[in-house]
Design a protein around this ligand. Structure first.
Ligand code: GDP
Ligand code: MG
Length: 567
């Protein structure tokens, strides 16, 4: 296929603005799929994508299109819109020369529209703005054109107005792809160089890699070497070629924004779960995996994710595609400590250490400063919610960096957030206080100094090692109180009173009490129903097997799970 008739492009947009629907129409127009069928998001193949109605994995499709006497090969990559999957977006973009930036004609520019635009802009790709859903009653494409001009500096003449749902004007999108996006530059005579931008594991065929070729050729039977691992592989099958000229370092970008420990519900399931995790991380290389051991929960893993939705989707895929059942602990972020003591530096071999496990938290006397990860957040909202949103941001220790009206009554706010303040429920709070209208996205912004403390949880004066956490000084009381309350609700009463305390150093900052237990297990049985008695005794014995003792207090595994796991 002549290289000058090839176009590699991607569709990017805020979630729900219509990327997958536009992809369906493009597939139909080019005869790639049958028009008569009721096609809905055909590229969303995973069960989790179908259930949540979102795209999680980037998907590729090759379209053949005849225009003005020439045949073109259009390689389309559908990308996820959500902030957590911008890793997938960047990887897709590294295989493209241009993008379709889809914006909803009713909602206008949203936070992820901005984030996705800049990913494409930084990668120096041609950007074709597409205003979608012009069929909607409240559609206001002219207003969206003005927003595009103001925020992205793209002239309104360049916007294509369509309805992906009805198919209106979709043909002109394909023509713009051919006219405005350059063909890739590939050198077929040079030795093979290719970028693996996605891979999956097939039980019968082995590893299937999606590659963008930027030099040479590859065919069945070839021996290829991975530049990353130096391992040699044999090619069993080859599909369509996608020439490309982007650098390979993108493949090795890795970041742990969010850390969670994950354990099998039953330790005998450890090996099955291990193989499921290995296969799934092959398909999503942005997840990092470390082995971990917990006194309460046994052998498991510490997993690094790019964000909460990313984590949830990974967990759901484990369940649905591999039938695994797991215990997930509340996620944390990677803190850092800059050490002052030479003895400690020798021990850690570095002056700056990453604190992933609270047990490694070095004492304040040995530390110059603690650092926490921060992100630059973008919020786009109707102006009536500004006051409430500013209060929410302040409560999350965020610092305002910028504010700009993108039209008469829509505002774009920029805030610097400590990452741990947004990972758990920030997005939900933002959505609920803006009646769903505010959108949010964030990008990595390095680290800032933070006053961090280690918080212990005590049962009758004994530290529960599993529950040690690192928190910001100002949040210690709230977090400590919440943990004590959760523990109080999940600890069964025992023969003596149990004091549950949260402490920073020797200072107690929260306390709850579990009253002593009076009745015995058989007291509920009136009369002499012997089978019921036996059943209760057996139940009590089963519960005991899983108990862990902290001092004199017995803690069932279940209580740990209730306190540690994601709510
Ligand atoms: P994505 O998240 O960007 O992939 O968006 P989808 O393609 O999944 O579309 C989100 C929702 O918008 C779906 O319910 C679509 O049916 C709907 N939608 C997409 N395009 C249009 C359009 O042109 N007009 C209308 N009215 N709805 C659309
Ligand atoms: Mg989609």
């Amino acid at each position: 296929f002549p290289v000058e008739n090839i176009r590699n492009f991607s569709i990017i947009a805020h979630v729900d603005h219509g990327k997958s629907t536009l992809a369906d129409r493009l597939l139909e127009l080019t005869g790639t799929i049958d028009k008569t069928k009721n096609n809905k998001q055909v590229l969303d193949k995973l069960q989790v994508e179908r259930e949540r109605g979102i795209t999680v994995k980037a998907q590729t499709a090759s379209l053949f299109y005849n225009w003005e006497g020439k045949q073109y090969l259009l390689n389309l990559i559908d990308t996820p819109g959500h902030v957590d999957f911008s890793y997938e977006v960047s990887r897709s973009l590294s295989a493209c020369q241009g993008v379709l930036l889809v914006v909803d004609a009713n909602e206008g520019i949203q936070a992820q529209t901005v984030a996705n635009f800049f990913l494409a802009f930084e990668a120096q790709l041609s950007v074709i703005p597409v205003i979608n859903k012009i069929d909607l009653k409240n559609a206001d494409p002219e207003r969206v054109e003005k927003q595009i001009e103001k925020v992205f500096d793209i002239s309104s003449d360049e916007c294509i107005k369509i309805s992906a749902k009805l198919g209106t004007n979709v043909e002109s999108v394909l023509q713009a792809v051919i006219k405005r996006i350059p063909s890739p530059k590939a050198h077929q005579k040079n030795p093979l160089r290719a970028l693996v931008f996605d891979s999956t594991f097939d039980q019968y065929r082995g590893v299937i890699a999606n590659v963008a070729l930027f030099d040479g050729a590859v065919s069945k039977g070839d021996k290829i070497v991975s530049a990353h691992t130096q391992k040699t592989y044999e090619v069993n099958e080859v599909g369509v070629l996608n020439p490309n000229e982007q650098p390979t370092h993108k493949l090795h970008l890795k970041k742990e924004d969010l850390i969670e420990g994950m354990y099998p519900v039953d330790q005998s399931e450890y090996n099955n779960l291990k193989s499921a995790v290995e296969k799934l991380t092959l398909n999503d290389s942005s997840v990092t995996v470390h082995r971990d051991n917990s006194l309460a929960l046994g052998a498991g893993w510490r997993l690094g994710f790019l964000g909460l939705l990313h984590m949830e989707v990974f967990n759901q895929r484990l369940e649905q595609e591999y039938n695994a059942s797991v215990i997930l602990t509340t996620p944390t972020v990677p803190y850092k400590a800059v050490l002052s003591s030479t003895k400690l530096i020798k021990e850690y071999r570095e002056k700056e250490i990453i604190i992933i496990n609270p047990a490694q938290f070095p004492d304040k006397s040995k530390v110059v400063e603690y650092l926490e990860p921060v992100v630059l957040g973008t919020i786009i909202t109707p102006d009536e919610y500004i006051g409430k949103i500013m209060m929410l941001c302040q409560a999350r220790r965020a610092v305002q960096k910028n504010m700009m009206f993108i039209d008469q009554n829509r505002v774009m706010l920029k805030y610097l957030f400590p990452l741990n303040e947004i990972v758990v429920d920030f997005y939900d709070s933002l959505k609920s206080l803006s009646s769903g209208y505010a959108s949010f996205d964030y990008e990595d912004a390095g680290y800032q100094t933070a006053e961090l403390v280690k918080m212990d949880i005590l049962l009758n004066g004994n530290i529960v090692e599993e529950l040690v956490t690192v928190v910001h000084k100002d949040k210690a009381h709230t977090v400590g109180k919440a943990i004590c309350e959760r523990l109080k609700d999940s600890l069964p009463r025992q023969l003596f009173e149990i004091a549950i305390q949260a402490a920073v150093g020797s200072k107690i900052i929260a306390r709850e009490t579990v009253k002593a237990y009076r009745k015995n297990v058989l007291a509920k049985c009136y009369g002499g129903d012997i089978t019921r008695k036996m059943k209760l005794l057996k139940r009590q014995a089963e519960g005991k097997k899983k108990l862990r003792k902290v001092g004199n207090v017995e803690v069932p595994k279940d209580a740990f799970i209730k306190v540690l796991r994601t709510q």
